[in-house]
Ligand binder design. Structure first.
Ligand code: 0X9
Ligand code: ZN
Length: 412
């Protein structure tokens, strides 16, 4: 009994005290099929004895990442419920190796490698000097470890003094979703350098405020310590860190799809709404902007387009327009690589209910008419660096489609 007690006591600590880069050697991703209730019970049991780096339960199927030392406990739990498991990923470290090998092979910023926060910020700084007449660095907030939430404003000169509407892009709020900052800087590069009239028109018509990595501490941590980190890096309890910055906004905070356990790897909502300095300062920054026409958040990797609100199946406000605009956006995107996305729909309908997300707060607090969350593609947050451009081009066309239809419907 005392041995069991020690195992249960030590397991959670084992995951919080490592100082090297976590290898994920022999970590498996399993699929279990069963009813949502049983699956949730298994996940809750495992979450009670350890920190699961990744799990989700939806549509009567669960995907869960299991450390080798937990394999037996996991198998027993699955057997207890008479369920079957299949292996989706045999060794997550092999997937990670593919990302690293191509990482930063030269000193010039590119879209064939993933960059840590300093590399991304250097790129933004560099662009603000190369295109100094019509771009500007903007600081959207601060992080727990003292980093800035840095963005680029793009506002080309016009012949009239008409103030342009703002299109606001938030990316990388979840640290491990590496394809989102990469795609966002790709899109910035398209706006700055493309001579395609569809893209230059899009650029010139609006003021853009684009933030590639709004959880910079978490993102840095995924590059230096733990690839599966998702949250911020604040101190949440004696041994645990971080809150889910997409559960921490002050709209229906703490209601659905959240954890109240500070050690939960994924969805700890924080000690109170806006407990995290990142969401608090960023929401203040956004509130002070007049004239936001659109707020777009990028996540991965569910491959879908979500509309507000995320914790209700109710269709509100201009839902019909958002569906129409979203469909055009997805049609434009599909032309690039033939990839179909689910939606547009509410998260509650096609993903799961989740409260306290940025998109819902923006929609509710600021009444921003066009609000979307794009879930990009990937395999458990991995995407080969050699193929970043695929999603970069897809997203660029999705943006062209989105604003073509929005303007057709009279939003511009
Ligand atoms: O759970 C989330 O926050 C998002 N999915 S992810 O796999 N990238 O973590 C979905 C976000 C849905 N939208 C809001 N809750 N605002
Ligand atoms: Zn996410």
């Amino acid at each position: 009994m005392s041995q069991l007690f020690i195992i249960f006591l030590v397991l959670p600590l084992a995951h919080t005290t490592f100082i090297d880069f976590r290898s994920y050697k022999d970590y498996k991703v399993y699929k279990i099929v069963g009813n949502n209730e049983d699956l949730t019970k298994i996940i809750e049991f495992l979450n009670g004895i350890t920190e699961l780096p990744f799990y989700n339960v939806r549509n009567n199927r669960a995907e869960v990442m299991i450390a080798p030392e937990l394999d037996e406990v996991f198998s027993n739990a699955v057997n207890l419920f008479n369920l079957e498991k299949t292996i989706l990923v045999d060794d997550y470290s092999k997937i990670m190796a593919e990302e690293k090998s191509a990482n930063r092979q030269d000193s010039k910023f590119s879209w064939t490698a993933y960059y840590d926060v300093d590399g991304i910020y250097d790129y933004l700084k560099n662009m603000s000097t190369v295109y100094s007449n019509w771009t500007e660095l903007v600081v959207g907030g601060q992080s727990y470890e003292g980093r800035q939430l840095l963005g680029l404003k793009i506002n080309t000169p016009t012949e009239t003094d008409k103030i342009k509407s703002i299109i606001f892009i938030e990316s990388g709020i979840h640290a491990r979703e590496w394809i989102t900052p990469a795609t966002t800087t790709y899109f910035i590069n398209q706006l700055l350098t493309s001579s395609d009239p569809a893209i230059t028109t899009l650029r010139d018509r609006f003021e853009w405020q684009i933030f590639p990595t709004v959880n910079p501490d978490g993102y840095h941590y995924t590059h230096t310590r733990d690839r599966m980190w998702r949250k911020t890096r604040s101190k949440s309890s004696l041994f645990c860190h971080g809150a889910d910055p997409n559960r921490n906004w002050d709209y229906n905070w703490g209601q659905y799809g959240i954890s109240t356990n500070p050690c939960n790897y994924q969805t700890y909502a924080g000690s109170q709404p806006f407990s995290e300095i990142e969401t608090r300062t960023f929401s203040e920054y956004i509130s002070n902007l007049d004239n936001i026409l659109a707020y777009i958040a990028f996540h991965s990797d569910a491959q879908m387009l979500l509309v507000p609100y995320s914790d209700s199946v109710e269709h509100t406000g201009n839902y019909d327009d958002l569906i129409k605009i979203g469909n055009t956006s997805l049609e434009y995107g599909e032309k690039v690589n033939g990839e179909k996305y689910d939606g547009p729909a509410t998260a509650a309908e096609i993903l799961y209910k989740a409260s306290g997300g940025s998109m819902d707060w923006v929609r509710n607090q600021l009444a921003t008419p066009i609000v979307y969350t794009y879930e990009l593609r990937g395999t458990y947050f991995h995407w080969p660096p050699s193929r970043i451009f695929e999603q970069g081009d897809e997203v660029t066309q999705m943006m062209v489609g989105l604003f073509t239809e929005a303007c057709n419907l009279g939003y511009c």
